[in-house]
Ligand binder design. Sequence first.
Ligand SMILES: C[S@@+](CC[C@H](N)C(=O)[O-])C[C@H]1O[C@@H](n2cnc3c(N)ncnc32)[C@H](O)[C@@H]1O
Length: 212
Amino acid sequence: MTNFEDNLRQVKAYFKDKLITYGATAQGADWNSPQSQEIRFDQLIKVIREVSGFSILDYGCGYGALADYLCMKGYEYTLYVGYDILEPMIQTARQLHEGMERIIFTSDIAQIPTVDYAVASGVFNIRLNASYEQWTEYTLACVEKLNTLTSKGFSVNFLTKYSDKERMEERPDLYFADPCFLFDYCKRRFSKNVALLHDYNLYDFTILVRKQ
Ligand SMILES: C[S@@+](CC[C@H](N)C(=O)[O-])C[C@H]1O[C@@H](n2cnc3c(N)ncnc32)[C@H](O)[C@@H]1O
């Protein structure tokens, strides 16, 4: 059992170190490659039903890559809110998107308005010294928050506990979540319309929760 707040501070230090080392790049957001970052976005945005006229929260936005990805794919949001617990990520995201309309970044959770959709990519992968149970509890509290903040739906991804055993043993600092448990939790708690995507060739799965 570890002090959870200390652990969270270390998680922030982990991501800060990535940002300092690699800058505003996929690696700076702790992804192996831009391709793997995009494959995850491809899955997460499946929750969005329209190509324009929607608002979206990017929970754990990093340097805001999703805002650019959505534009590149032709989506026209009325508002993109990027939220991250790490202030340097938010500063970097603001610099990169300076002057761009309909995009805001914040590290203050109280500033997040209710939106149509929320997505969270890679936010819960690093658990460091927190126990599996502690991290699950923390993750569920954040997922509840995604539900509270959205009217139409949200999506979230996790590393999967169906990863190779050796890989998981090598990285006890990572959170390999249980897709069946999370699917069940979301189905019972949030909506009848929940999808589990576990077919995109990463050690990863995505849950889509549609409310309408
Ligand atoms: C793997 S990075 C991914 C960033 C971005 N979603 C992307 O795909 O490019 C995870 C991000 O989540 C942030 N993060 C971690 N825990 C968080 C939390 N509880 N709330 C908000 N952001 C968090 C980290 O600071 C980091 O920027």
